[in-house]
Ligand binder design. Structure first.
Ligand code: 3PG
Length: 306
């Protein structure tokens, strides 16, 4: 049995060493493809792999078609919108994620982006503080919950909206649940996005919703670029010189936004929310253990294409 780790954006070395150890101890062969620059390299590497660990790497029907022995793909992380679930299901390939394993890292970055924005991108001018501001958490999953915990430490008022999470769960975390997404945006100085990219959410963050936010609003995106309606965000930021956008996922219009909204727009050059040694170890080791448990015991607890 061969387990391939294929990560265009590599894990920390300590995480790779840990994965290798788990795979080798289980008696499987370990293979590593890092920083690959063409899809062809991935297609060649998966040809004889029985199991695959990826991050945001695209696993489409072509990749799945080239992986003739593949039984399982584990996305070491939360969002699995990079994997063609239907193609995997039709080929009998199990797909899993590792929920919660990298969420603290992403949450810490979200707060870092908030500080950066309220301090005017560290340009030396007088900014403002997070304490006393209202933060709206859009979706109360693993990352949203960690953002709430840290934001409370900053002294922020924290609201959350999640169509799929009972209000009671939000309340128990010491956060105020709101009934509608409009109410969240209307009442939040800063909104932090933690929704996955699904048919329902893609381009759902639009002009109408964002324009509900109060003067001086900040939108923080550590989720996915696809959830933003980019043209409408640009139109909104043109109409509202008070509005800031900070993101960990570079928009298609990055250059244009830099030109138009200097000092109100920031994007990391490469998604780095989960790029910490701790998150790499947590997610990478979980992925390796899930593969061994699946191949040896048939455990499908984290399967997302059931
Ligand atoms: C996730 O969905 O887990 C995060 O977006 C992190 O993605 P990454 O592994 O590509 O950094």
């Amino acid at each position: 049995m061969k387990v391939l780790v294929a990560t265009e954006k590599p894990f920390a070395k300590v995480a790779v060493d840990g994965i290798r150890e788990i795979i080798s101890k289980a008696g499987y062969e370990f293979a590593l493809l890092e920083k690959y620059s063409s899809k062809q390299q991935l297609l060649e590497a998966v040809a004889d792999a029985d199991a695959l660990i990826v991050r945001s790497d695209i696993v489409d029907s072509e990749v799945l078609g080239a992986a003739l022995n593949l039984k399982i793909v584990v996305r070491a992380g939360a969002g699995y919108d990079n994997i063609d679930l239907d193609a995997a299901t039709s080929k009998g390939v199990v797909v899993m994620n590792t929920p919660g394993q990298n969420s603290n890292a992403v949450a810490e970055l979200a707060l870092g982006l908030m500080v950066y924005a309220v301090r005017n991108f560290y340009n030396g001018t007088s900014g403002s503080e997070l304490k006393g501001k209202t933060l709206g958490i859009h979706a109360f999953g693993n990352v949203g919950r960690n953002v709430a915990r840290i934001a409370k430490g900053f002294g922020m008022n924290v609201l959350a909206f999640d169509a799929y999470c009972p209000a009671e769960v939000i309340r128990q975390a010491g956060v105020k649940p709101v009934d509608t997404v409009e109410e969240l945006y209307r009442n939040s100085d800063i909104v932090s996005l933690h929704i996955p990219a699904t048919a329902e959410t893609i381009q759902s963050i639009n002009y109408k919703l964002l324009n509900l936010m109060p003067k001086g609003a900040i939108l923080v995106n550590t989720a996915r670029k696809e959830v933003i309606h980019e043209d409408e965000l640009i139109r909104l930021m043109s109409d509202r010189p008070d509005f800031k956008y900070v993101t960990d996922i570079m928009p298609k219009s990055d250059m244009k936004m830099h030109e138009l909204f200097e000092e109100r727009y920031f994007s990391t050059p490469k998604k780095m929310g989960a790029q910490t040694a701790e998150a790499n170890i947590n997610a990478g080791i979980a992925a390796a253990n899930q593969i061994v448990d699946f191949l040896q015991n048939g455990n499908t607890r984290f399967q997302v294409n059931k």
